[in-house]
Structure formats: structure tokens, C-alpha cells
Ligand binder design. Structure first.
Ligand code: SAM
Length: 471
């Protein structure tokens, strides 16, 4: 994690935390980061949803908003590394420190070790924050701990907390701030000899580019590029916005384009691109909420006179889908494992299954700390039930796309292998071939006949795609 921050620092002169011109209230910036971090801890809030709301409430914009975002996301991501440093700088075990004060210390450690904020300023402002959060006792303790943190740069700390003679998984877990079980799972998914795990973990800690999708028939790539975006490397509908607020683009404001990871675009587009014999008029998105892929599928369906039915178990998520798709798309709240539709009645089905989200750690900084490995088995039951249901709902000769935003083998290939063993009427199609027809420059995605995207290889989320058909 740390190495990334330093590389980023050298490259990016716009990095938050540099000399300030606005004279806006820095303490409100830190307080906002702290409040969001606490809400993530105490009430399972999502930083990417709560932070923009807090920035709006508190009227923080421009450099202040950028700094609050960097401090919030950086602290949440780096928690594992910072805790290892703090444990050596504190005379109290971390579990004996009041939770709010520990979050203040993490916020301070992030500023000291991974931003351009001068250490004395980082210590001073964090001690002030500790005083306002916990009173004078907490501020003295924070002062003592953070002065020790500031005694060494991150490189030197890493040599102490993650020494070269530690086993690889533990060392990478501490240095790149990922729980050990996630490092193990990602190593398994990459393959034991890949040698790419450190690059992957570093990519998980980097800020993703903002990628837009131009929904076909509703917006064009030219419209996005004329507004300052550049064509995305792979997706025929994708554009990368180098800076600025996506909502400033009329196409985004009007819902004709949207922010969407490039791999998410490609897996939805791949489902639509599989050649089919026979009818091709009825499409289903079983797990559609909040509606990113449904937005693209609905537009593709409309361009071919097909109809999409979008479903989600959660009524509020079905409502979000309704806001995304056009009026000709039907949206229902329904349990995909107890279908509200007739068997064998769809030509194309997307099953974007609920999963651990280990492929989207770049966007959800807190996600890595939220679930433990037991979630994988729990989700596996639902994933299999939904896939059986999808295969029942597709007509013979139709296609089901099984998608996860996780590369964990137990959520991807193992699920598909189990279902193929169980169902003699079902077979895999060649997903990488369909994807490379759409995006000829795409390489490094094939895992047998399935496809796996990677942040460090493709600059996308780690989406998995298997395409299945039944007789
Ligand atoms: C990975 S998300 C889908 C993301 C969505 N396809 C998109 O691109 O925006 C998984 C969704 O599955 C839904 N879900 C979970 N269990 C379900 C079930 N039994 N039936 C239908 N939807 C379910 C969740 O509510 C969640 O919205």
C-alpha cells in the first residue's frame, strides 16, 4: 500500500494535502473524514455513499472535498498497515484503546505516512481532533503515539512490520493492508506461480479512473469524448474521464450515460453478443439492483427490439433499477430463487450474483474489513440456487451469463464446475472468445473457457464471467 502512495505522490502534483490556497476549514475536513470512518465502523455505512452526502451537508468542495476524500479512503484502505505501526508505537494494546480514539490515530498515521502533509502539521491537527473527540487525556496519548509514528518514513516502518523473512502471505497482508484470508484467496485465483499478487494488491489500493458508459441508442462515445473523456481501452461503449465531476456531463445527468467500470460493461455486452439460433426477444436480469448492467442491457435490448425484465430481491434496489432503465423495461422486486416467471421463457439471462465483492476493493475501501471468510460459503449457497434457477428460466439454446465482482475461486469456477456436474443439460461457452470479439485488444482474461478481469492487468474491477447454454 505504502509503495503506491509514494509513487502516486511523485507523479501527482494535484495530490490532496499539498499547499492550500483556499484557507477553508481544515478541521472540518478532518472531522468529516473521521465522522465517515466512524460511521463505517459503528453502523456499517458505505463510505462511497455517506461521504458525498457529508461533503454536501458541510459545504466542502474543491480541494477541501478532495482532501476529505483522500483522508477517508486512504485511512480505511490502509488500516491494516497503520494498525501494525500503531501497535509498535503505543504502550497500550490496540484493542484496549477506545474505538473512536483508535480511528483518530489511524487518520493521523495515514496523514503522516502516506500524504504530503508535513508531519508536524499532521500530528498537531490530529491531536486537536483527538481532544475534540475524547478530551485532554486522549489528546496527550495521541500526541505521544503519533510522534513515534512520525519518527520513521513508511519504508522504514515496512522493514520492521513486514520483514523480508516473514512468509509471503503475512508480509503482503501487512504491507498492502489486506486481511490474510483475502491475500490467500487472491493468490489462489491468480494461480500459485503467477508472481502478480503484489501488483494486484497495489492496484487494489490505487484510485480507479472514472469510466463512463455511453448507453447505446441514448448517447454516443463522440458525445462523451467531445466533453473531455477519452475512449476507454476495451469497451466499445466506454470512455475515461480524466478529471472533473461526471455529473457535469449532460449525458450523465440525463441518464443516457453513467459511471460504470469497463469490465462491468464488457460482461453485460458479452451476454448480448453471444450468437443465438432462434428467438431473441426476451432477456432477464435476475439480480439487477442497483442497475448498472441493466442500464446497458436495456439499451442493447431496445436496439434489437428485445425486452428486458429486471428483477431484484430488495424492493429499494428494484426502485434504483427503475430510475436507470427506459420505460419499455419491466422492473420487479422478486426472489430469483423462487421465480416469478415461467421456466424456459428467456433467451438471454444475466445472473450478476451477490458475492463478496473482492474484485471491487478499489472502489469500496472498507469492504475488505467487513466480511470474513465465512461469507464465501454462505454466499455460495445463494449463488448456486440462483444459477440453477437461471438455467431453468433460459430456453434450450439460450444463454446465461454468470457474473461476480469477485475472483474468489469458490464464488467463480467452483460454482460453475459444481453446477455442470449436477446438470447434464448445461455446457460452458467460450467467454474469452466472445469478449475478444467485442474488444480485440483484450488479453490475459482466459481461465479455460471462463473469463477473469484483473485491476493490475486491465485497470478494471476483477469481474468474472462464465457463459452457459443448455439443451
Ligand atoms: C452484485 S449485485 C448486482 C449488481 C447489478 N447487476 C448492477 O450491475 O448494478 C447483486 C444483487 O443481487 C440481489 N439479490 C441477492 N439475492 C437475490 C435473490 N435471491 N434474488 C434476486 N436478487 C437477489 C441483491 O439485492 C443485489 O442487488
Amino acid at each position: 500500500m505504502a509503495r503506491d502512495h509514494r509513487a502516486h505522490r511523485a507523479r501527482d502534483s494535484r495530490r490532496p494535502g499539498g499547499p492550500r490556497r483556499t484557507g477553508r476549514p481544515e478541521d472540518l475536513v478532518r472531522r468529516t473524514a473521521f465522522d465517515v470512518i466512524r460511521a463505517v465502523e459503528t453502523r456499517d455505512a458505505y463510505a462511497n455513499l455517506l461521504l458525498p452526502a457529508r461533503l454536501r451537508d458541510r459545504n466542502l468542495t474543491g480541494r477541501d472535498a478532495a482532501l476529505a476524500t483522500e483522508l477517508t479512503y486512504g485511512t480505511l484502505r490502509g488500516r491494516g498497515t497503520y494498525d501494525a505501526v500503531l501497535a509498535l508505537c503505543s504502550d497500550r494494546e490496540l484493542r484496549r484503546i477506545d474505538a473512536p480514539l483508535l480511528d483518530v490515530l489511524r487518520l493521523g498515521a495515514h496523514q503522516i505516512l502516506a500524504t504530503r502533509i508535513p508531519p508536524h502539521a499532521a500530528v498537531g491537527t490530529t491531536v486537536d481532533l483527538a481532544r475534540s473527540v475524547t478530551g485532554p487525556g486522549g489528546s496527550k496519548f495521541a500526541n505521544a503515539v503519533l510522534r513515534k509514528v512520525a519518527a520513521r518514513p513508511l519504508d522504514a516502518w515496512l522493514e520492521i512490520i513486514a520483514p523480508a523473512d516473514t512468509d509471503l502471505t503475512t508480509r503482503l497482508s501487512i504491507a498492502h493492508s489486506h486481511p490474510k484470508w483475502i491475500v490467500s484467496a487472491l493468490r489462489d485465483a491468480l494461480g500459485p506461480d503467477s508472481g502478480e499478487i503484489a501488483d494486484l494488491l497495489a492496484a487494489d489500493n490505487a484510485r480507479p479512473l472514472v469510466t463512463l458508459v455511453a448507453r447505446p441508442g441514448r448517447a454516443t462515445l463522440a458525445e462523451l469524448t467531445s466533453a473531455g473523456a477519452a475512449p476507454a481501452p476495451y469497451s466499445p461503449y466506454g470512455a475515461v474521464l480524466p478529471e472533473g465531476d461526471p455529473a457535469s456531463l449532460p449525458a450523465v445527468r440525463e441518464g443516457r450515460a453513467a459511471v460504470q467500470d469497463e469490465a462491468s460493461q464488457l460482461v453485460a455486452a458479452a451476454l448480448a453478443a453471444v450468437p443465438l439460433d432462434g428467438p431473441d426477444a426476451r432477456w432477464l436480469d435476475i439480480c439487477a439492483g442497483p442497475g448498472g448492467k441493466a442500464g446497458l442491457l436495456a439499451a442493447l435490448a431496445a436496439s434489437r427490439d428485445a425486452h428486458l425484465l429486471a428483477a431484484d430481491l430488495q424492493p429499494h434496489r428494484a426502485t434504483l433499477v427503475r430510475r436507470t432503465v427506459d420505460a419499455r423495461t419491466a422492473v420487479i422486486a422478486a426472489d430469483g430463487t423462487a421465480p416469478a416467471w415461467r421456466p424456459a421463457s428467456f433467451d438471454r439471462i444475466l445472473l450478476d450474483a451477490p458475492c463478496t465483492g473482492l474484485g471491487a476493493l478499489r472502489r469500496r475501501p472498507e469492504a475488505r474489513w467487513r466480511r470474513g471468510p465465512s461469507a464465501v460459503a454462505e454466499l455460495g449457497t445463494t449463488q448456486r440456487a440462483l444459477l440453477r434457477s437461471a438455467l431453468d428460466a433460459v430456453r434450450p439454446g439460450g444463454v446465461v451469463a454468470y457474473v461476480t465482482c469477485s475472483p474468489h475461486l469458490a464464488e467463480t469456477r467452483v460454482v460453475i464446475d459444481d453446477i455442470l456436474r449436477e446438470r447434464k443439460d448445461t455446457k460452458r461457452l467460450n467467454a474469452p472468445a466472445v469478449l475478444t470479439d467485442l474488444a480485440p485488444s483484450l488479453t490475459g482474461i482466459a481461465v479455460g473457457e471462463d473469463a477473469q478481469f484483473w485491476p493490475h492487468r486491465h485497470g478494471t474491477d476483477a469481474m468474472f464471467l462464465s457463459l452457459l447454454t443448455r439443451s
